[in-house]
Write a protein of this length. Sequence first.
Length: 122
Amino acid sequence: MSQDIVRHGMAARYSEAAVFNGVVYLAGMVPERGDTDIAGQTRDVLEQVQQRLLEAGSDKSRILRAQIYLSDIGEIGAMNAVWDAWVVPGTAPPRATVQAALADPAWKIEIVVTAAQAGAGA
């Protein structure tokens, strides 16, 4: 396996994803729209997570770890309902969920994941 770091979605300040040694590291994914409720924002972010993982040779069933930041921890129940419907049964990753001040006040959620590439470790 290559020891090169491959970066996806590069901007001046960060990459949306980096892949090293069969592991995909995603940047924090935030909603593309800030005018929806927590359920809508969670669906938006999870769609982005899935797309970035696919682009990097992985998928949501291969998530190794998830970190979820909520602007209001009181919305964890509504977020969990969307999360639970999205996660592949039997593959729920280790996860931390905390309340945090997010960079844009309209954002209710930010999610960071680390995942194995398909075929990695096989």
